[in-house]
Ligand binder design. Structure first.
Ligand code: 4F9
Length: 266
């Protein structure tokens, strides 16, 4: 995968390329990274990249000429890449989009600054607009890093384990199960016995239940969207029966009070 980033702050990316999984992926040539400084494509003496908005108002707009020249230079470096503008107006990034982008050979990211880029850049020079969430940043750079990070770890061989990305949160529509490492007792809290048992089948079941429970508790919306498999349905039905049982006992024990309450309202 070749990433090309257009920005007026290429220095922001130095430490990003130089650490952790991203650094290793570059060293292993699973990805390559280039930043182009939009300012280098400004032709005036002061290399200005912004200007006042037509129609007035506060804030500045990114000038079209330097940005267009930078995008055309990026096209030469990465001819097959979609040119992606980072903007709150784009489609909202998620794991599915990360997976989709990871299947491509090259990606160009256009990082706007100021209040936005001149609208005419959008028309012919941008192929895709992506947002990383409903908030406004001071520029697209952090959004580009977020996407590059999520895309890189989808590329086979960039993570430690063979299939580490497949086990991620969201990969199968569930949050990940709880994780534990040594020591066995930490501040009076223990590791679930099953994880120490060596029974791989039971450990897998425990992990699925843990993942389902965490998703139910923290992100029920994900569970509602998910295409549940047989095992997952079985677990949810088991919990549902437990809850029904508890409520039945409760209602049984409180039957008289309930009648009283009903009589009061009559
Ligand atoms: C980009 C915000 C992507 C959210 C770009 C200001 C942005 C952004 N997601 N905010 N420039």
């Amino acid at each position: 995968m070749k990433f090309v980033v257009l920005t007026i702050f290429p220095e922001m990316f130095g430490p990003f390329w130089d650490h952790g999984i991203i650094r290793r992926a570059i060293e292993q040539e699973k990805i390559s990274a280039a930043t182009l400084n939009i300012r280098d494509f400004a032709e005036d003496k002061h290399q200005v990249t912004d200007d006042r908005p037509y129609g007035g108002g506060s804030g500045m707009v990114m000038k079209p000429e330097p940005l267009a020249a930078a995008i055309r230079a990026a096209e030469l470096e990465a001819p097959s890449a979609p040119k992606i503008l980072l903007t709150p107006q784009g489609r909202v990034f998620n794991q599915k989009i990360a997976h989709e982008l990871a299947s491509l050979e090259q990606l160009v990211f256009v990082c706007g600054r100021y209040e936005g880029v001149d609208e005419r850049i959008n028309i012919d020079l941008i192929d895709d607009e992506i947002s990383i969430g409903d908030y406004v940043l001071t520029g697209g750079e952090l959004a580009a890093m977020v996407i590059i990070d999520a895309v890189t770890r989808q590329i086979p061989g960039t993570l430690g384990g063979v299939d580490a990305a497949e086990k991620d949160s969201f990969a199968d529509g569930l949050l990940e199960h709880a994780h534990y490492t040594r020591p066995q007792v930490f501040e009076n809290k223990t590791v679930p016995d099953i994880l120490l048992s060596g029974h791989h089948g039971e450990i897998e079941n425990w992990r699925l239940e843990s993942a389902l429970m965490r998703t139910l508790m923290k992100r029920a919306d994900l569970l509602k969207q998910k295409d549940l498999d047989e095992k997952e349905i079985e677990i949810l039905e088991k919990w549902s029966r437990w809850i029904e049982d508890i409520l039945e006992s409760y209602h049984g024990a409180h039957a008289e009070h309930r009648e009283d309450a009903e009589n009061e309202t009559k």
